[in-house]
Design a protein around this ligand. Sequence first.
Ligand code: 7TS
Length: 399
Amino acid sequence: MATTGSDGQLDVAELREDFPILEREFGGEQLVYLDNAATAQTPDRVIDAIAEYYRETNANVHRGLHQLSQEASLAYEEAHDRLAEFIGADGREELIFTAGTTESENLVAYAWGLNELGPGDTVVLTEMEHHASLVTWQQIAERAGASVEYIRVTEDGYLDMDHAKELIGPETAMVSVVHVSNTLGTINPVEELAELAHDNGAHIFVDGAQAVPNRPVDVEEIGADFYAFSGHKMVGPTGIGGLYGREALLEEMSPFKYGGEMISRVSFEDATWNELPWKFEAGTPPIAQAIGLAEAAEYLDEIGLAAIERHERELAQYALTELKRFDDIRVLGPPAGDPRGGLVAFDIEGVHAHDVSEILNGLAVAVRAGHHCTQPLHDKFGSTATARPDRPGGAGRHL
Ligand code: 7TS
């Protein structure tokens, strides 16, 4: 796959051909899809892998001795290995398939939080958390009698690390932080936060929904105890995502959901649990999606995550520089020149973001408008909604 030139640049024209949906036209204009932060598009080979599974292999896993079930089981298990490798986990024991980042957050909050949190404990979040983390920890902390605190975000969209050092202390039980903000584009110092958490006897959960698709991620290098991501944001299928958990922690934790698949032995009185990762995968799992997700990981690896990261940074810098020319446009997050993710949320004085999105839609340009599930952060910046192109470039430069 000749997707990078000798200068390390992505061959965008060639890559675009992998995505059949980008051929669509609206009103005679070719689609410009800049809503990748919500859901990225899917390349042919992922679509083909899913179609082939349904054509050739479709069967339930871990419960049939017939040939199809054995093939499906093997492919499903190998998908765990592939994703574990993709994010730097030790092996399939540490990689649970969930419905996505939201379910991964809920799994840890319910299975770990409800049992481990109590009065006097704090869960430290940041002001830039997605609702998937913010609402979940709010609710679980309340049920457990624990409290939630938020690391402040500066005007420039960075975490105030002095405040982080004040908040994370011996009473902290969990630090839950977004790796790359889906509104600010900020890349958070997750390694430093992991060290701070561990120095204080706390665990750290990293929300990698906006990081795994577009930069090399190594959960062990980060020092994460838990790390979550979504398939549909990394050119994979909807309905699946992942949760990395440190094996020793997952071993100690009770299951999140009960049912078939996750048990070892059941009697009328009681049950024992299956080994990892199946202990956390109750019921028929997302088999076709797992196979599609493994193909997506393969695709991204072949392009090269470092090249993708570089390309995204260039696109963001291009957009930031262009938007700076307009006095009535305010961009949230780190300014041009600073390292950040590929998404750029902005508001225009006197124009609602929904109108911006509507006008762009008329030009066949898809961007998300709203609070992007970070409503308290928008409140903090005095904005009800922003428009958010992700991976914006000049004509034909987006992916
Ligand atoms: N965390 C972050 C940082 C996200 O960006 C998202 C989705 C989630 C968690 C939840 O992921 P899910 O796959 O479980 O839904 N963010 C967005 C977005 O920015 N626009 O639409 C979805």
